[in-house]
Design a protein around this ligand. Structure first.
Ligand code: IMP
Length: 179
């Protein structure tokens, strides 16, 4: 275990098994359709790479790079650093997130895709930090695991761009960000 991690919450095996379950559900829900799975960089990368291996129907993928965080504190702002290339008009979209916390990022991205004419917009997230929610009516359709209101890292999740490569998800020691 990494020295900055206090406790491991989910192992790689648990995450892969859950990706298999969610992938099967998505395959069933989108049978005969070709949804576009839009990952929110960079945290989505390990999760999205694993998840799509478990989806049987045809899909397309694309990526947004949006940012609303500065360290551990939500700033309330969202910046589009990289836009998608797909014309989403008339398409079924599944936004792929690493973790939903306040719900602000997802809300803004859903609004944007709606404005661009997407037929449907759903959310798949590896983690849901429900206690952190400040935005109402933001309920991801597909959720890997619920997590407590603690700062977690690993499997794509970072603190100041570090720890994304950990092959598990754990709670970051407070001493790391309360220096
Ligand atoms: P929201 O807009 O508050 O829902 O924030 C979602 C984004 O915040 C995620 O995509 C992450 O980048 C980041 N985030 C929220 N909680 C955590 C955490 O515990 N660890 C790492 N990143 C987090």
């Amino acid at each position: 275990m990494h020295k900055d991690v206090e406790e491991i919450l989910f192992s790689l095996d648990q995450i892969v098994a859950r990706c298999d379950e969610i992938g099967k559900q998505i395959s069933k829900d989108y049978e005969g359709k070709t949804p576009v799975i839009i990952g929110l960089l960079k945290g989505c990368v390990p999760f999205m790479a694993e998840l799509i291996k478990h989806i049987d129907c045809d899909i397309q993928i694309d990526f947004f790079d949006v940012s609303s965080y500065d360290g551990v504190n939500q700033t309330g702002n969202i910046r589009i650093l990289k836009d998608i290339e797909t014309d989403v008009h008339g398409r079924d979209i599944i936004i792929c997130e690493d973790i939903v916390d306040t719900g602000l990022t997802i809300k803004r991205v859903m609004e944007l895709l709606g404005c661009r004419g997407a037929t449907s917009v759903e959310v798949v997230t590896l983690f849901d930090k429900k206690e952190g929610r400040t935005v109402s009516n933001i309920e991801p359709k597909y959720i890997g695991f619920d997590v407590p209101k603690k700062f977690v890292v690993g499997f794509g999740l970072d603190y100041n761009e570090v720890y994304r490569n950990l092959p598990y998800v754990g709670v970051l020691k407070r001493t790391v960000y309360e220096k």
